[in-house]
Design a protein around this ligand. Sequence first.
Ligand code: PAF
Length: 282
Amino acid sequence: MGSGLTTAYDQDTLRSVIREWKAEGLRTALVPTMGALHDGHLELVRRGVQIADRVVVTVFVNPKQFAANEDLDKYPNDISADKTMLESVGADLVYVPNNDEMYPTGFSCVVSLKGPASVGLEDKYRPQFFDGVTTVVAKLFNQASCDYAMFGEKDFQQLAVVSQMVRDLNIATTIVPVETVREPSGLAMASRNAYLSEKELALAPSIYNFAKQTAANINDGMNPKEAADATAQKLTDLGFRVDYVEARNANTLDYVKNNNEPMRILTAAWLGKTRLIDNIGV
Ligand code: PAF
């Protein structure tokens, strides 16, 4: 940990601060975020502080990963609260670029993956999402050139896609997965939880609780697809609008062929106007 939190608004400042740290032989970790920070993000920073000497957090609500009908305009945003939280966990630098800094006039590039970005999970329901994520993350990796980058397992497919991009493009940043942080109720922490009404907040932990039951059923020998389909039905009965509940191979995200594969239960479901995603290992 350094001494205090510095803010950079442009890539030249970001690069020059990080260059100085590197010249001193310090190891750096990057935590890409869209702000509206919660304890899940802070856990990424805490892990960064453990493995690196300096931690850089990026706060940029990336328009390219939102579809026209999504919540870009109302995405929660409070940079001064974010900075207070980041200081409390020992982040060293927060990078807050604006749209022009990230996507100047004439910007023409799309970083687009197949493989884990094309398995019929988030990509099926949010077709624009991963191109937006990989494009912005590739830019952030190039701008910051950090040794490590911290990604939460909560966005399990995103973690797989970014890891694949780093391998494919030989990016010299090591991806560090960090376990999902949960509310005492079991609900996975997420910035969009702020949209949930009191009634929805009471229902939302069912996603996690049912997933645990699904995993137990599969471990007891139940067919993974049947177990996942039964869970989707239970969520529907409770009032969720389910996009998917799937048991997938934890490494490839392909459909599982038998109960002995490393497996992950992945869920995406709407409660009212809020889309929730979560996943657990089997
Ligand atoms: O997970 C997120 O918050 C975003 O998808 C990310 C990785 C910061 C890219 O905008």
